[in-house]
Ligand binder design. Structure first.
Ligand code: NAD
Length: 495
C-alpha cells in the first residue's frame, strides 16, 4: 500500500517512493509517495483557488467544521493511535495522550469567532472611529517532525484554517499515514477541498514549499539545524516563519524535594516515548551530593524495571526508537559518555531486546557524574538517556541552565516557594514547570522555547497562533457632514 499526497481533496500519485518501516519489527509496512516541486506547485495552486471562498466564510461556520472534526478525531482515536504506534514506535497509551493534547488545539480553534473579534474605538478622533481586525495570511504551510505525528500538526492547522487560511502540511516521511487520515476526517467534517492539503516528502518538498512565492507563512517543528536553515531561507524571502528546534531539558532537584515522587515523575519524563520528545527531561541537576546519591539510586532502580516492547502491545512503558540510524546514534552517545568518564549506572545497550529483537530497541540509560564539557551533556540525544549533573547550590543550577544553548523546557522539584519563584523568574527557558516535569502548556497558552530552541518570535498554538496566522489591519473611518467645508491641512494630523 502507498501513502499518497492529498491535494485539493484527492489522493495524488507520485513517481518517487520511500518505505515506511514499523520500528518495533524493523519491517516495511507500506511506502510513501515523495513530492517534487511540481507536486508542491499543484497543491499551492489548488489551495490558492480555495482561498477566496474560505477567507470569506464566516468564522462561526469555520468553527463548526472544527467542532465536527474534534468529534471525528475522537470517534477514530483507536485507529489513529494504532497508526502512530506502528510507524513511530511509541506505546499506545502515549499515542492516546498525544492525540488528546492535539485535540485540545481543535477545541481552542472552535472559539475562533471570539478570538478574531478585534478591537474597536469609538471617537478615536473627532468623528473618527478606529478598529483593528485580523485578516488571514493566505496559503500557509507546516513542516512537522516524526515524534508527534498527530499532535504537532494539530498545533498548526486547526488554528491556521479557523483563521481563514488554506494550509499545506508536510509531515515527516517516517510517519506519513495519520496526516492522510486527518485529511479524510476534515473532508468528512465538511471542510471544502483545497483548504487542507498534505504533501508527503523530504527536504525536496520542504524546500519547494518554502520557496514557493504563494506560500506566505511557514510553521516548522524539528531539529535545530533544520529549524535555523528554514528560518533563514524563509526570512530571506520576506516570509513569516516560526521554526521550533531541539532541546536539552533540565530538571533541578533541591534537597528539600520529595525524592521518591521526583524519581517517579522523572523516569516518565525522561524515558516516556523512548526520550523522543522535545520536552523530555534529559538532564537532572541535583543540588547537593546527598540529593544526587539518593535520587540516582532511585532512578536506576525504577528505570531498570521499565516494560519495553512493541508499542502496539498494551501495558508497556516504552517502545522502540524510530529507526535504526537513530538507535545507533543514541547507542553511540552512550559509548561516548562512557569514554568521557561519566559513570554509567544503567546501560540501555544491555537490554535483552537489543539482542533478541529485530526492532530498534534500547533500554533506559542513566549516567551519573556528567560534566558540562561532555557531549552527552551538550548535545540533544533524543533517546532514553538521562544524565545526572551534580552542583552545590541553587545558583549554580540556574547558571548551568542559562549557559546551555537550548532553552525549551525546564522544571524544579522543591517545597520552597521562594526558590520556585526565583527559578521561574530567572531561568532563560521558554516553558517552566514547578514540580511539573513536562510543562507543555495547555492549548489556550502558547508553546515555545528560547535560544536555539525557537527561531522567530511568535510561539506555536494558543493566542500566538492568531497573531501568526493573521495580519492585523487598523481601519480609521469618518463620515464628515456633506455640507461641511474642509480646508487642506499640511501639518501632520493630530487630535
Ligand atoms: P528533522 O529536523 O530531521 O525533520 C523535521 C521535518 O523537516 C521533517 O518533516 C523532515 O522531512 C524535514 N526536513 C529534514 N531535513 C530537512 C532539510 N534539510 N530541509 C528541509 N526540511 C527538512 O527532525 P525530526 O528528526 O523529524 O524530529 C526530531 C527533532 O524535532 C528533535 O530535534 C526534537 O527536539 C525536535 N522537536 C522539537 C519540538 C519543539 O516544539 N521545539 C517538538 C517536536 C520535535
Amino acid at each position: 500500500m502507498t501513502v499518497q499526497h492529498w491535494i485539493g481533496g484527492d489522493p495524488v500519485q507520485a513517481s518517487r517512493h520511500l518505505p515506511v518501516v514499523d520500528p518495533a519489527y524493523a519491517k516495511p509496512v507500506r511506502q510513501v509517495a515523495m513530492a517534487d516541486a511540481y507536486i508542491v506547485h499543484d497543491a499551492v495552486t489548488k489551495a490558492l483557488a480555495a482561498y477566496p471562498a474560505w477567507r470569506n466564510t464566516p468564522p462561526n461556520k469555520r468553527a463548526q467544521v472544527m467542532y465536527r472534526f474534534k468529534m471525528l478525531l475522537e470517534r477514530d482515536a483507536d485507529e489513529l493511535c494504532e497508526l502512530i504506534s506502528e510507524e513511530h514506535g511509541k506505546v499506545l497509551e502515549d499515542a492516546m495522550g498525544e492525540l488528546k493534547r492535539g485535540i485540545e488545539n481543535v477545541e481552542y480553534a472552535c472559539g475562533i469567532p471570539e478570538l478574531l473579534k478585534g478591537e474597536y474605538s469609538h471617537n478615536a478622533g473627532p468623528g473618527i472611529d478606529t478598529w483593528s481586525n485580523h485578516q488571514p495570511v493566505g496559503v500557509v504551510a507546516g513542516i512537522t517532525p516524526f515524534n508527534f505525528p498527530v499532535m504537532v500538526p494539530l498545533w498548526m492547522f486547526p488554528m491556521a484554517i479557523a483563521c481563514g487560511n488554506c494550509f499545506i502540511l508536510k509531515p515527516s516521511e517516517q510517519v506519513p499515514s495519520v496526516a492522510i487520515k486527518m485529511a479524510e476526517l476534515l473532508e468528512e467534517a465538511g471542510l471544502p477541498a483545497g483548504v487542507f492539503s498534505v504533501i508527503q516528502g523530504d527536504r525536496e518538498a520542504a524546500d519547494a514549499l518554502i520557496d514557493h512565492p504563494n506560500v506566505k507563512a511557514l510553521s516548522f517543528v524539528g531539529s535545530t539545524p533544520v529549524a535555523k536553515a528554514i528560518y533563514q531561507r524563509g526570512a530571506a524571502l520576506g516570509k513569516r516563519v516560526q521554526a521550533l528546534g531541539g532541546a536539552k531539558n533540565h530538571a533541578v532537584v533541591l534537597p528539600d524535594a520529595d525524592l521518591e515522587n521526583a524519581a517517579n515523575t522523572l523516569i516518565g519524563a525522561a524515558y516516556g516515548s523512548a526520550g523522543e520528545r522535545c520536552m523530555a527531561i534529559s538532564v537532572v541537576v541535583c543540588v547537593g551530593e546527598k540529593t544526587a546519591d539518593v535520587l540516582a539510586d532511585k532512578i536506576a532502580e525504577k528505570a531498570e524495571r521499565l516494560n519495553i516492547g512493541p508499542g502496539t502491545e498494551p501495558g508497556l512503558d516504552m517502545g522502540a526508537l524510530v529507526n535504526q540510524a537513530h538507535r545507533d546514534r543514541v547507542a553511540g552517545y552512550i559509548a561516548q559518555g562512557e569514554a568521557a568518564g561519566a559513570t554509567l549506572r544503567l546501560d540501555g545497550r544491555k537490554h535483552p531486546l537489543v539482542e533478541n529483537s529485530p526492532g530498534y530497541f534500547l533500554g533506559a540509560t542513566l549516567f551519573d557524574h556528567v560534566t558540562p564539557a561532555m557531549r552527552i551533556y551538550r548535545d540533544e540525544i533524543f533517546g532514553p538517556v538521562l544524565c545526572v549533573v551534580r552542583v552545590e547550590s541553587f545558583d549554580q543550577a540556574v547558571e548551568l541552565i542559562n549557559a546551555h544553548q537550548y532553552g525549551n523546557g525546564t522544571c524544579l522539584f522543591t517545597r520552597e516557594g521562594e526558590a520556585a519563584r526565583r527559578f521561574a523568574d530567572e531561568i532563560e527557558v521558554g516553558m517552566v514547570g514547578i514540580n511539573v516535569p513536562l510543562p507543555v502548556p495547555v492549548a489556550f497558552h502558547s508553546f515555545g522555547g528560547w535560544k536555539e530552541s525557537l527561531f522567530g518570535d511568535l510561539h506555536a498554538y494558543g493566542p500566538d497562533a492568531v497573531r501568526f496566522y493573521t495580519r492585523r489591519k487598523a481601519i480609521s473611518q469618518r463620515w464628515p457632514q456633506q455640507s461641511a467645508q474642509e480646508s487642506a491641512q499640511f501639518s501632520f494630523p493630530s487630535h
